[in-house]
Design a protein around this ligand. Structure first.
Ligand SMILES: [Zn+2]
Length: 487
C-alpha cells in the first residue's frame, strides 16, 4: 500500500515564539499532519533529513512591490515571487502602486492575472484614496485582503488621500474589520523641502534625507493614529523609520488602538554613513536615517512596539537607481530575498532569539492580516509553509545572484551567517538546496479564502460620514417661520 504521507522532515528543531523543540514534521495534502518524536512519524513517500537544521514557519512579508501590471521591466510576479521563495518567504502582501493602481475591480483583475505566475501565496493590498473610497466593498468582494494609503508620496506618484477621504475610509473599514497599511509621511513637508533644495541646486544623496525629516513621519503617524482611534479602524504602519515616532505607537498601543507596525532590515542595519558611499542605490521612502535611529528601532522590535519585519521589496533597474541627481534616482530596492539571512545573522550575534524572529517574521504578520492558523505556525492543520534554515551556513550577498530583475542592492557584498536552504509552500518545494524549483511557478495562490478578520470595534459611528447624510428625526427644517409681528 502506498503511504498517504507525502513528506516527513526528520530530526529538525521546530521554532515557535514560545519554544525551540526537537521534532519531526509529517506533511500530507499540503498541510502539516503531525509534529512530534521521530519514532511516531508515519511512513512517507519522501523523507528529508534535517539534522542540525531549524524549521521556521515561512516568513510572511507584509510589504512587497512586484510592479506588475505596469512596470514588468522592474519586476514581475514570477521574478518577485521567485525572490521570495529563495528568501524563505512563503506569503507576500503586494502593494497597489502599480499601473493601473489597484483601486478598481478592473485593475485588480489585471493584478490577479499577473499573480497567477506566483511561486508563493499572496494577499493583495487595494488602494485607499479619494477616488477609491466609494469602492472599498467592491474591491474586498473581488479579492483584496487589505488596503494601503499612500499618505506620503512615493514611486508611482499617487496623490495622497485627503484627510477627509482617509477618515471616511477608516469609518467603513472599522465596520468591515479590514486593516489599512499606511505610508506615513507628510507629503506637504517633503514636497516643499525638495522644491527648495532643487532650486538651490542640491543634488547629493543626503539631500533626499533632508527633504524627508523625521518630523514628516511623526506628524503623519500621529494623524493616522488619531483617525484610527476615532473610528476604531485597524491600522498598520508601513516601514517605520524613525526613533522619534516610536513614542506615538507605544502610547497608542497602551490606549488600546488596534495598530500594528513593521520595520525593515534597512532601517535597522543601514544608515547615512552607507548612503554617502552608495548614493541613489539607497534612495528609499521613508529615507534611511542617521545611525542614532538603528538601535532604538531594534529595541522597539524586541520590546514589541514594532510588531514585525517586512521588506518593502521595491525593485528598479540599475540604470534607474544610478543617476546624477539624487532626485532622479527611483526610490526603493529589492529586499524580499535578503531579509531572512540578514536578520538571522543578527540573531546569530545574540541580538535576539530565533523565537523572537519567528514572532516578527511570521506570527505577527499572520495575525495582523487575519491568516494566523492556516499560516504563521508549524502545527497539525496548518499549511505546510516552512523555511528550513541552516544557522551555520555562510554566504556573501551578491546582487548578481538575486532572483529579482532588479540586480542592484545596498546589501551587495555583505557577509551573512544563517540562511534558508529549502522553502516549502503548502507542502511543495519552491526552493530546494538553495535553488529555485522553477516548475513551481504558478503554485502560489491568494490567501483571501483563508483570511478571517475578527470584527473590529467601530467607534463614533453616529458621527460618521454615512450617518450625517440624513437629517435626524425630530430636527426642524432650517428655514423657521418668520414671527407674525415682523410680517
Ligand atoms: Zn513600499
Amino acid at each position: 500500500m502506498k503511504p498517504e504521507i507525502d513528506l516527513v522532515i526528520r530530526g529538525a528543531q521546530v521554532v515557535s515564539p514560545e519554544a525551540i523543540r526537537p521534532a519531526s514534521v509529517a506533511i500530507a495534502g499540503g498541510q502539516v499532519v503531525a509534529v512530534g518524536h521521530d519514532d511516531l512519524m508515519p511512513p512517507a513517500r519522501e523523507t528529508l533529513n534535517a539534522d542540525g537544521l531549524y524549521l521556521l514557519p515561512g516568513a510572511i512579508d507584509s510589504h512587497v512591490h512586484f510592479r506588475d501590471p505596469g512596470y514588468p521591466h522592474k519586476e514581475t510576479w514570477k521574478t518577485g515571487s521567485a525572490a521570495a521563495a529563495c528568501g524563505g518567504v512563503t506569503t507576500v502582501f503586494e502593494m497597489p502602486n502599480t499601473n493601473p493602481p489597484t483601486g478598481t475591480v478592473a485593475a485588480l483583475r489585471l493584478k490577479q492575472q499577473a499573480a497567477a505566475a506566483s511561486y508563493v501565496d499572496y494577499g493583495i493590498h487595494g488602494l485607499l484614496g479619494d477616488d477609491t473610497v466609494d469602492h472599498l466593498e467592491a474591491l474586498l468582494d473581488a479579492g483584496v485582503t487589505s488596503f494601503k494609503a499612500f499618505v506620503g508620496n512615493t514611486f508611482g506618484n499617487l496623490p495622497a488621500p485627503s484627510d477627509g477621504a482617509l477618515l471616511e475610509g477608516f469609518e467603513k473599514l472599522a465596520l468591515l474589520g479590514y486593516r489599512t497599511a499606511v505610508h506615513a509621511e507628510n507629503s506637504s513637508i517633503l514636497f516643499r523641502r525638495q522644491q527648495k533644495m532643487e532650486a538651490a541646486g542640491r543634488i547629493d544623496a543626503l539631500a533626499h534625507l533632508a527633504s524627508r525629516p523625521a518630523v514628516a513621519e511623526i506628524e503623519a503617524i500621529g494623524r493616522v493614529i488619531t483617525l484610527a482611534e476615532w473610528t476604531g479602524a485597524r491600522l498598520h504602519i508601513a516601514h517605520h523609520s524613525a526613533a522619534d515616532s516610536l513614542f506615538l505607537v507605544r502610547e497608542a498601543k497602551r490606549r488600546g488602538v488596534d495598530i500594528t507596525v513593521e520595520t525593515c532590515p534597512q532601517y535597522l542595519l543601514l544608515n547615512t554613513e552607507r548612503m554617502l558611499k552608495l548614493g541613489g542605490i539607497m534612495r528609499v521612502n521613508p529615507p534611511i536615517r542617521e545611525a542614532r535611529h538603528n538601535q532604538p528601532l531594534w529595541d522597539a522590535l524586541v520590546d514589541g512596539t514594532i510588531d514585525m519585519i517586512a521588506t518593502d521589496h521595491a525593485p528598479h533597474t540599475p540604470e534607474e537607481k544610478q543617476r546624477e541627481r539624487i532626485w532622479d534616482c527611483d526610490c526603493g530596492f529589492p529586499g524580499v530575498e535578503t531579509q531572512m539571512p540578514l536578520m538571522l545573522t543578527e540573531i546569530g550575534r545574540g541580538r535576539a532569539t530565533l523565537m523572537d524572529y519567528v514572532r516578527w517574521s511570521a506570527v505577527a504578520p499572520a495575525r495582523a492580516w487575519g491568516i494566523y492558523g492556516p499560516k504563521g505556525v508549524i502545527a497539525p492543520g496548518a499549511d505546510a509553509d516552512i523555511a528550513v534554515v541552516d544557522m551555520n551556513r555562510t554566504a556573501v550577498i551578491s546582487q548578481n545572484g538575486l532572483q529579482s530583475i532588479s540586480r542592484i542592492s545596498p546589501w551587495h557584498g555583505r557577509a551573512v551567517r544563517g540562511c534558508p536552504i529549502h522553502t516549502l509552500v503548502r507542502g511543495r518545494f519552491v526552493m530546494r538546496e538553495g535553488r529555485l524549483v522553477s516548475e513551481a511557478a504558478g503554485w502560489g495562490r491568494s490567501v483571501k479564502e483563508r483570511q478571517q478578520m475578527p470584527p473590529a470595534r467601530p467607534r463614533n459611528t453616529e458621527l460618521s460620514t454615512a450617518a450625517i447624510l440624513t437629517t435626524p428625526p425630530g430636527v426642524p427644517p432650517n428655514a423657521l417661520p418668520v414671527p407674525e409681528a415682523q410680517r
